[in-house]
Design a binder for this molecule. Structure first.
Ligand code: ACM
Ligand code: ZN
Length: 717
């Protein structure tokens, strides 16, 4: 501990704000100066890495083992370092980077980049005369597995966007990219023996048998990787020391493939609820022998395509009621003497593990699949549900990736008023940084089975945030990934305050040069002497925006009387903070309202829920053109804003896909008041409102009901 703190002190003294913090650093006299003659020298095996680094450093590449005035990359298997470790020697005459593996060389290159001005990431070459202080760094990661998961099923991310993201991860020494390639809403990888899986299952909505569930309802939406495209991504990532681990989520989360190949489902008639052909059944039948032949085809191709030792086969959140209703699954349970349907998942996973073994691979699974302990110990477990799930998996002896959603699901909101989910928690980078498996109750024996940490971005909500642009993905995942990368590389002994300083003083500039539209921590808002005072210590610009106005630079304290209509935020280069506002900005009123619709009323979720402003209510069926929801107020309501929403907050499904809003001031005549956008509309009435009405202009919203939310009404000022 003491020696680590000494090293950190040395790092800071030397002006070397390493990210991740290095294990040992010895400053030395002098500087290495980059100039037009500086070259990158490497032997044949490392030439690809030298070519990778060349545009960043603006150097020519030479094939030779050493040279003066050069950055020399050297593989040295005799170095006493873990495979991904490196030794970086910066002397006035040359920079020598040695490592036992190309991965170690890559990590050392990233360390060298972090010692240089942030512009290195812009890939325009270094300005002549750029120099770096001499030192010797010996470094190696704390965990061999430092991962990130992207859900490509709910929101499609194409090859250029994925390559960009791979670059961003690689700058942070993340070395595993887990791709969630299938789920209920999409199938994202070509299977040559069954081309329909991707060609049909890669697209939902329109004439596809895969019904739309999240976003883009009114267009056929999706995409998939051909195997050739994926091979190119695998190579792209591998050069950057990132292994791609594919996931096909089995046996649940399989509604997409079950829509394309309905025969894989259990043997009972389709659900008969009025759903416009929609079918919730989402699991593979365990008893159907042909399913394992299909899985052998699918997994066999993935095993051939992906070099990773592990293939992730899911195992989470299996809806076992389908097996309980299936005569074939029930007969199988009787034959095998299985006590309950959960044992069927063990049986299914055993079969899948055997398929993988035949193809020379091991299974990786979500923690539920390892709960019974029946799965062989060659499996790798991803503990997502809780810390307890990882404690359990390690106690059973499984190699475990620790990733409890409450600290590592980066699709969760970062503060209560921001976008994102909240079911696993609301947290920012500080919580991620604060995670320490050593403080979670793992015994030393269990710790031996913790192979690393992983972040995750499930993308149900991304689809409604313009996935064509990286903003939402960047904002949700950075700087939380930075914190993850840091603790996975070297732990968090540095302490949050020091780490946050390091982010703001050094890493923000780097992320800006990388082109990341990251999230700034919110500026501080204080009320003193009836004035709102805004401040920040992260070097960002402060802004204010009044409802209905354009953002303006913050020029000083604002009267507290403005609080109900004023929000603030900060900006710095590519980054911005969330809005901050006084409590009165969020104040709402709850006037008495009656809700009626043409779509029937769910008995379980009656409209009274929404009328009493207590939460969700539902119709009994999907909407058709002309269907309506009417909100009638007991008294005329004067307000500055009325927000009407169908569907769930942040989860753009169960909405009225397209529709218009009408407002009535007398309770009889209705006037057009705009179109629904993602199932919702915001009105700014200039008169007291008696009633508002949403009228559907779509047929079939893709789900068997519409969710009605309480209106959110801000009082007139
Ligand atoms: C998961 O979040 N269902 C792995
Ligand atoms: Zn079955």
């Amino acid at each position: 501990m003491k020696s680590l703190l000494t090293i950190l002190a040395l790092l800071l003294a030397a002006g070397l704000r390493a990210q991740p913090a290095a294990r040992s650093l010895s400053p030395a006299a002098g500087r290495f100066v980059f100039g037009p003659a500086t070259t990158l020298a490497a032997d044949r095996e490392l030439l690809p890495l030298a070519r990778y680094a060349a545009p960043y450093l603006g150097c020519r590449v030479e094939e030779r083992r050493t040279a003066d005035g050069a950055v020399v990359l050297l593989l040295d298997p005799t170095l006493d370092l873990p495979a991904e470790g490196y030794a970086l020697d910066i002397a006035p005459e040359r920079i020598l980077l040695r490592a036992p593996s190309p991965g170690g060389v890559f990590n050392g290159l990233q360390q060298l980049f972090r010692l240089l001005p942030a512009e290195v990431y812009a890939c325009r070459g270094l300005e002549a005369g750029t120099s770096v202080a001499c030192c010797r760094i010996d470094d190696a990661p704390r965990f061999a597995y430092r991962g990130m998961m992207l859900d490509l099923a709910r929101t499609w991310i194409d090859a250029p966007a994925l390559k960009r993201y791979i670059d961003l991860l690689s700058y942070h020494n993340i070395n595993k990219l887990h791709l969630h390639l299938s789920d209920d809403e999409g199938w994202r990888i070509e299977i040559r023996s069954h081309p329909e899986l991707a060609a049909v299952g890669g697209f939902r909505g329109g004439d596809s048998p895969v019904r739309p569930v999240y976003g883009k309802w009114d267009e056929k939406y999706g995409g998939y990787f051909t195997q050739d495209e994926m091979r190119s991504l695998i190579d792209y990532a591998a050069l950057r020391n990132i292994e791609i681990i594919p996931e096909i989520d089995l046996p649940g989360h399989s509604r997409c493939i079950a829509s394309v190949r309905p025969e894989i489902r259990c043997n009972y008639p389709p659900d008969t609820v009025s759903t416009n052909g929609y079918d919730y059944r989402s699991a593979w039948c365990v008893a159907r022998e042909e399913n394992y032949a299909l899985l052998d085809d699918i997994l066999g191709e993935l095993c051939a395509l992906f070099p990773s030792e592990y293939i992730h086969v899911g195992g989470d959140e299996v809806e076992t009621s389908q097996w309980e209703r299936c005569p074939d699954c029930r007969a199988l349970m009787r034959r095998r003497g299985l006590a309950d349907a959960h044992a069927l998942e063990d049986l299914f996973m055993e079969r899948v593990a055997a398929i993988l073994a035949r193809h020379g691979k091991r299974p990786a699974v979500w923690n539920e699949a390892a709960k019974s302990g029946r799965l062989g110990r060659e499996a790798r477990v991803y503990g997502w549900e809780s810390v307890r799930a990882s404690l359990d998996a390690t106690a059973k002896g499984y190699a475990t990736v620790v990733m409890p959603g409450e600290s590592f699901y980066f699709d969760m909101r970062q503060s209560p008023e921001e976008d994102g989910h909240d079911w696993a928690g609301i947290f920012d980078a500080r919580k991620t940084y604060g995670f320490d498996p050593a403080g979670c109750g793992f015994t030393p024996e269990q710790m031996k089975h913790v192979i690393g940490l992983q972040g995750a971005f499930f993308s149900e909500a991304y689809i409604s945030h313009d996935p064509e642009r990286p903003d939402y993905l960047d904002y949700m995942t950075f700087p939380r990934i930075c914190a993850l990368a840091r603790i996975a590389w070297s732990g968090n002994e540095q302490g949050w305050e020091a780490y946050r300083r390091e982010l703001t003083d050094a890493h923000y500039d780097r992320m800006a040069a990388m082109g990341i539209r990251f999230r700034l921590f919110p500026p501080r808002l204080e009320v003193r002497d009836a004035m709102m005072h805004l401040s920040t210590d992260d070097g960002s610009e402060l802004w204010q925006v009044a409802d209905g106005g354009a953002p303006e630079r913050y020029r000083g304290p604002v009267p507290a009387a403005e609080a109900p209509r004023m929000r603030f935020f900060s900006r710095r280069a590519t980054a911005r903070s969330p809005y901050v506002a006084g409590r009165s900005y969020y104040r709402t009123i709850a006037p008495e309202v009656a809700i009626t619709t043409s779509m029937g009323e769910s008995r379980r979720f009656p409209y009274a829920n929404a009328e009493r402003y207590r939460g969700l209510s539902r119709t009994t069926r999907a909407c058709r053109q002309g269907d309506w929801v009417l909100y009638t107020f007991a008294q005329p309501v004067r307000c500055r804003e009325m927000f009407l929403q169908t569907g769930n907050r942040q989860l753009p499904k169960t909405i009225i896909t397209t529709g218009r809003v009408e407002v009535s001031y007398d309770g009889r005549t209705f006037h057009p008041a705009g179109e629904l956008r993602q199932g919702s509309a915001t009105l700014h009435p200039d008169r007291a409102v008696r009633a508002v009405r949403i009228v559907s202009t779509c047929d079939d919203n893709g789900t068997p009901y519409v969710t009605i939310q309480p209106p959110r009404i801000k009082p007139a000022l």
